[in-house]
Design a protein. Structure first.
Length: 94
């Protein structure tokens, strides 16, 4: 099994990417870099959870007491994090 990457490892990768594009990593970018790194870690954790379950559906009780299948609640968070990460990478500073 592959070792999980930490937020610090992602921060270093993002800083290298910024330096390769801008030749310098400004101090005011630090909060954005940390937020992006944490989003990457959360995406990895959600992907692992969804892969371990082997299903994107969850069984939940319906309004009449019958069981129904719903989308896994982590899917909405995953989608939101992916969208945020895409916007962060498209930001002019990256």
């Amino acid at each position: 099994m592959a070792k999980e990457r930490t937020a610090h490892a992602y921060e270093l990768e993002i800083k290298r990417m910024i330096v390769s594009r801008l030749k310098k990593c400004e101090d005011w970018l630090k909060p954005q870099i940390e937020a992006t790194a944490m989003n990457r870690v959360m995406i990895d954790k959600i992907q692992k959870e969804l892969i371990d379950r082997e299903s994107l559906l969850m069984v939940a009780p319906g309004s009449t007491g019958q069981m129904k299948q719903d989308a896994h609640p982590l899917l909405s968070h995953y989608k939101e994090l992916q969208r945020t990460l895409l916007l962060q990478y498209q930001a002019p500073s990256f």
